[in-house]
Design a protein around this ligand. Structure first.
Ligand code: NAP
Length: 495
């Protein structure tokens, strides 16, 4: 399926064969090598930045509606190739094909949405405080922006970032995750085919510690937009702070579904299964805690255990599979370690907890969907991001305790509540301290025209997607036009 033996960096509109060190890209479903990716160095980053810097000058002069037409073409090509892209996405990332299609669709939606922004990019006009004076604010591009993206949504997150950056008149240097470079290769090819001027998008493959660090340190990259772990984000933010560089961070989560005593339990079970075990729990918004009212705890537990037994695990390209593989061995080790931690902490391992091996699983990385019951909020399994198919059930006595328990973690990405009580719905959406709140649905399912991101340890106040993404990639410029033909001093010469 993958026809390219070795991926190349994309710099200044050219595919540049890399002659240095390469890394294997592994299909996590089978353990097979599917391609090789360059492990570039800081020199390659400099070449990409130089190309981007040059290209950005003329790209910023292209009228935004014309930039929008190009993004529209990108969306059209993505739509034509949806099935092909989805299969490649499953191949490199492992998520089941149905979910891969959803992710590619998210990219298509974002392309069309941001194409429309080419005719908006709204600023404000506002009265000036003096006579014969006009005041307005406009968005300006920032210059060269650096995108650093993770492996778990290799095309959706790239779309959330690159499309708003490009519609705003910036040029991009993008470092995709080393595990999932194929989506980056495909997206860059689509931009090329759509006619993006050379140098406006550059892709540099390589490790975060080399290519990523070089981007963060490069003086001509004016913004870093990062999605990944809180640990890496904290490091990047520190470096950006030192260099007074704007930085947008979307990081980890420890998302909870609250199930109240009046909830539709069957609906809650469906919502929990989908948000906890979809993408094998490797979504930043994955449900990893279920906070359940004690009056419905037994019922919910029983139904969850029954339904978990029906989850089919395997290669996501095969039909009927509900849960695909884990991304790599390091992630498997981390998940297995948390199973031991949970047991030692005294939570009850009700379902799963084991690595899956055998003929069905080839040399892929598979972990059983796992449920801990009788967990407490002070346990590490209820506090730390495991990033796998592991859920901890935490019983509570009241609505108030449910909200407090949800908020008692360092992260603030997504939360959900199942209840039929309208008063609780409105109190919950006010009091849950996450950037995303769902009512009567699981913790996943964001739509691209709303802001995506989180509070506390999940983010630093910026948002991906939605019109809010434009704030990351533009500077506000305030413009005053005085047509009084005399010097008018603000705050002083007021009639
Ligand atoms: P990660 O290890 O932090 O890596 C993310 C990206 O940063 C990769 O491209 C990585 O490169 C790069 N990187 C690593 N070290 C770096 C450094 N010192 N300087 C610059 N770049 C560096 O995270 P991950 O394991 O790929 O992704 C999973 C995490 O992402 C989870 O915590 C998840 O919650 C989070 N996530 C958050 C959101 C959100 O919107 N909040 C969405 C999706 C995922 P290499 O891996 O190629 O070396």
């Amino acid at each position: 399926m993958m026809k390219v033996k070795q991926l190349s960096n994309y710099i200044n509109g050219e595919w540049i064969k890399y002659n240095g060190e390469l890394a294997n890209v592994i299909n996590p479903a089978t353990g097979e090598v599917i391609t090789e990716v360059p492990l570039s160095t800081s020199d390659t980053v400099s070449e990409a930045v130089n190309a981007a810097k040059e290209a950005q000058k003329s790209w910023a002069q292209v009228p935004a509606p014309v930039r929008g037409e190009l993004l529209y073409k990108v969306g059209q090509i993505m739509a034509e190739r949806k099935e092909h892209l989805s299969e490649l996405l499953t191949l490199e990332n492992g998520k089941v094909l149905e979910e891969a299609r959803g992710e590619v669709q998210e990219g298509i939606d974002m392309a069309f949405y941001m194409a429309g922004e080419g005719r908006r990019l709204f600023g404000q006009t506002t009265p000036a405080e003096l006579q014969n004076k006009f005041a307005m604010s406009v968005r300006s591009p920032i210059g060269v922006v650096g995108l650093i993206t993770p492996w778990n949504f290799p095309i959706a997150i790239a779309s959330w970032k690159s499309f708003p950056a490009i519609i705003s008149g910036n040029a991009v240097v993008w470092k995709p995750a080393t595990e999932t470079p194929i989506m980056a290769y495909e997206l860059a090819r689509i931009f090329e085919e759509a006619g993006l001027p050379k140098g406006v998008l550059n892709v540099v493959f390589g490790r975060g510690s080399d290519v990523g660090s070089a981007m963060v340190e490069h003086p001509d990259i004016k913004v870093i937009s990062f999605t990944g772990s809180t640990e890496t984000g904290r490091h990047i933010a520190t470096e950006c702070g030192r260099n007074l560089k704007k930085v947008s961070l979307e990081m980890g989560g420890k998302n909870a579904v609250i199930v109240m005593d009046d909830a539709d339990i069957e609906l809650a079970v469906e919502g929990i299964l989908w948000s906890a075990f979809g993408t094998s729990g490797q979504r930043c918004t994955a449900c990893s805690r279920v906070i359940v009212h004690e009056d419905v705890k037994e019922k919910l537990e029983k139904r969850l255990i029954e339904e978990m037994a029906t989850l089919t695990i395997g290669n996501g390209l095969k039909s009927g599979i509900k849960v695909g593989p884990i991304i790599n061995q390091a992630a498997m080790n981390k998940i297995a370690n948390y199973i031991e931690i949970g047991k030692e902490e005294g939570a009850k391992l009700a379902v799963g907890g084991k690595v899956l091996t055998g003929e069905n699983y080839q040399a892929g990385f598979y972990f059983e969907p796992t449920l801990f019951t009788n967990a407490r909020i002070d346990m590490r399994i209820a506090q730390e991001e495991i990033f796998g198919p592991v859920v901890s059930l935490i019983p509570v006595k009241s609505f108030e305790e449910a909200i407090t328990t949800n908020n008692q973690v360092m992260y603030g990405l997504s939360s959900a509540i199942f209840t039929k009580d309208v008063n609780k719905v409105f109190a919950a959406q006010r009091d849950l301290d996450t950037g995303i709140v769902y009512v009567n649905a699981g913790t996943t399912g964001a739509e691209i025209h709303l802001p995506f991101g989180g509070t506390k340890g999940t983010g630093n106040g910026h948002r991906d997607s939605g019109v809010q993404a434009l704030d990351v990639f533009t500077e506000w410029k305030a413009i005053y036009v005085d047509y009084s033909s005399k010097l008018q001093r603000a705050q002083i010469d007021i009639d």
